[in-house]
Design a protein around this ligand. Structure first.
Ligand SMILES: Cc1cc2nc3c(=O)[nH]c(=O)nc-3n(C[C@H](O)[C@H](O)[C@H](O)COP(=O)(O)O)c2cc1C
Length: 148
């Protein structure tokens, strides 16, 4: 079973911190969507799409690659955000299902954010993702592997 995560992490590297930790503990290939033009999904059975939230949406470099998903893959979403919202990640679910893939769920956690007026007082979620967030993502990923 080959596992791939396509990610982008533009604000503070929050999402990158999460997925790098996961990839140090599991056999996962990481690809930064902002550094490639295209992806060859061939041979990968399990594909995660990971992003910071940008006005309610995943970074376009991630969703542009997701839109090219071939049918038959198992797919999940990972994100970091300022304040969680039930709708976050649903873009990936919609793309996965409309491309004939199986959607295995999503994991989201807080990420350090200095956008908006809160930057004047040092931003919010300063220590996130933290150790608990990293552990929670591992638990989620294990459940994805079990469902696969
Ligand atoms: C321009 C901008 C827009 C953002 N929009 C949202 C948003 O809609 N919802 C949210 O919860 N967080 C939002 N955030 C906070 C980021 O999603 C959060 O800091 C995230 O962890 C950034 O991830 P990254 O460092 O991997 O890019 C926004 C941040 C910026 C800079």
């Amino acid at each position: 079973m080959k596992s791939l995560i396509i990610y982008a992490s533009r604000h503070h590297g929050n999402t990158e911190k999460l997925v790098r930790n996961l990839a140090s503990r599991y056999d996962i290939t990481l690809v930064n969507a902002d550094k490639v033009d295209d992806i060859d999904f061939d041979g990968y059975d399990l594909i995660g799409f990971a992003s910071g939230l940008d006005f309610g949406r995943f970074y376009p470099s991630v969703t542009d690659i997701a839109a090219k998903l071939p049918a038959g893959k198992a797919v999940y979403a990972v994100y970091t955000c300022a304040r969680d919202n039930a709708a976050y990640g649903s873009q990936i679910e919609e793309i996965a299902l409309s491309n004939g893939c199986r959607y295995l769920g999503k994991f989201g956690c807080k990420g350090y954010n200095t956008y908006g007026p809160l930057r004047l007082i040092g931003g919010m979620n300063k220590r996130h993702p933290d150790v608990n967030d990293l552990e929670n993502l591992c638990t989620f990923y294990q459940s994805v592997l079990d469902a696969k």
